[in-house]
Design a binder for this molecule. Structure first.
Ligand code: CMC
Length: 432
């Protein structure tokens, strides 16, 4: 994409001056374009962890970390969580605008018609060990979609890109629910297309052939809200992974599988599982000070899981909605005195008043309360990250599509600050 040059930054190096164009985004900090720097000055920039690097143009999601603001296509997350629903949010992320009623109906219908998996995929699931982590299964099965749906892997054909996108959004709940069913030894439940997206997912997870199962609308609404809150988050680790994989021309199913793999780590999507395990380990309110002390101790690797964020230096706006949802769901289920929720609330209160957390601007993130809701709904901790992956699939796809349709896109290829040996001659084994 071409940009208007707002001003010029100057770099002085070894007695020479280099002009670097500065561009303004629609909102957020300006960026200094260093893309020609190596050619002009024979130097690289150095930014491990990409803390100061904008790697692409994007018009999908905006985060103001200082304010604690998250916008999807300009709309604030709390308004979307309250007034919209997940499939409408999917449309918004994919196509840039809220749909009118006819477009929404058409989109919902298109997604709904693709919820079934190729029948042979059932055999594919059965190849996994019963005790496999559902995240391992989701990662494997999403990657395997490219071996089942050959007619939507040509990334140069916009129609195939569109079909692959719809297929991924439609099938990921089925894949995730089946990963769960397989891990507990229950038969797979087929998608039921008269149910909405979240209810269908709950039904595939919790229904059994032996008795009727009716999805509670309040639980379904809470599930839908969890999906909405996780749908996209600009250039985080897994999204950047999807973009990097996609930049080589890999097919969409392979790229999304790469995103699932990256999401699994405890510093990213795996934090919801880790946060609930931590809250349970703390167990009672009187043990909180011990864990706060451990989190502050530099010689102890322990961190408060569900706390802190690379971008948010204020409340994660998703955590606020999640906390309200936790109160609602637990009240509905009659477990508002849930000891884990009590520990979470007290831990939050203590940490937010502790100078260490205040100074480092560490606030609860989206994962702090989501595990409590999912646990109350009946999901085991191993399902938390797969549910995050389900919800984030639309964000990954929207970002991947945006990248593929950008004519200036090229393969991602970072450089390095090499610290290894310099040139040396090979020595035969008998002389070493
Ligand atoms: N508990 C205790 N100390 C912390 C924590 C924490 N949760 N998070 C950061 N710190 C400290 C850290 O030790 C460092 O201290 P110092 O400056 O003295 O070395 C300082 O705060 C800055 O931390 P950082 O690791 O340099 O910051 P980062 O931007 O690289 O890390 C993070 C962000 C999310 C990986 C980190 O805050 C963390 O590990 N949090 C716990 C895991 C978690 O909840 N992850 C979910 C993130 S939200 C969902 C998602 O996006 O996937």
């Amino acid at each position: 994409m071409t940009h208007d040059v707002k001003s010029t930054a100057k770099l002085s190096l070894d007695g020479k001056e280099f002009d670097l164009p500065v561009y303004s985004p629609s909102v957020g900090p300006d960026v200094v374009d260093i893309s020609k720097l190596y050619a002009q000055a024979d130097v690289f920039t150095y930014d491990p962890g990409f803390t100061s690097t904008a790697a692409c143009d994007s018009a999908i999601t905006f985060i103001d970390g200082a304010k604690g603001e998250l916008l999807y296509r300009g709309y604030p997350i709390d308004q979307l969580a309250e007034k919209s629903h997940f499939l409408e949010v999917c449309y918004l992320l994919l196509y840039g605008e809220l749909p009118d009623a006819a477009k929404l109906t058409d989109f919902v219908q298109r997604v709904t018609r693709h919820t079934m998996l190729h029948d042979q995929m059932g055999h594919f699931f059965r190849g996994f060990r019963r005790d496999a982590h559902p995240m391992a299964i989701v990662c494997g099965v999403v990657g395997a979609l490219s071996s089942f749906y050959h007619d939507s892997t040509d990334i140069n054909d916009p129609e195939q890109r569109e079909i692959a996108s719809i297929r991924l959004i439609a099938k990921i709940p089925t894949i995730t629910a089946w990963a769960y069913k397989y891990s507990i030894g229950q038969p797979f439940v087929y998608p039921q297309n008269d149910l909405d997206y979240a209810s269908n997912f709950l039904n595939m997870c919790f229904a059994v052939p032996a008795e009727p199962y009716v999805v509670d609308p309040i639980l379904s609404r809470a599930m839908d809200r969890i999906f909405t809150l996780h749908a996209d988050h600009e250039q985080n680790a897994s999204t950047s992974t999807v973009r990097l994989a996609g930049s080589s021309g890999a097919n969409p199913f392979a790229c999304i599988a790469a995103g699932v793999a990256c999401l699994w780590g405890p510093a990213h999507g795996g934090a919801n599982e880790a946060a609930l395990s931590m809250l349970r380990e703390i167990g009672t309110v009187d043990r909180i000070p011990e864990y706060i002390a451990r989190a502050k101790d530099k010689s102890d690797p322990f961190r408060l899981m569900g706390f802190g964020h690379r971008v948010y230096k204020n409340f994660d706006p998703r955590a606020k909605v999640m906390k309200e949802s936790a109160d609602e769901v637990l009240a509905l289920l009659g477990v508002e005195n849930n000891p884990t929720l009590q520990v979470a609330k007290e831990l939050e209160r203590i940490a937010l008043n502790d100078p260490y957390f205040i100074e480092k601007k560490l606030y609860p993130n989206v994962d702090f309360y989501s595990g409590i809701i999912l646990d109350a709904m009946g999901f085991p901790t191993s399902m938390f990250t797969p549910i995050f992956a389900l919800a984030r699939t639309v964000g990954w796809i929207a970002q991947w599509k945006e990248m593929i349709s950008d004519p200036t896109q090229k393969i991602g290829r970072p450089r390095q600050l090499y610290t290894g040996e310099t040139f040396r001659d090979y020595v035969d084994v008998e002389n070493r």
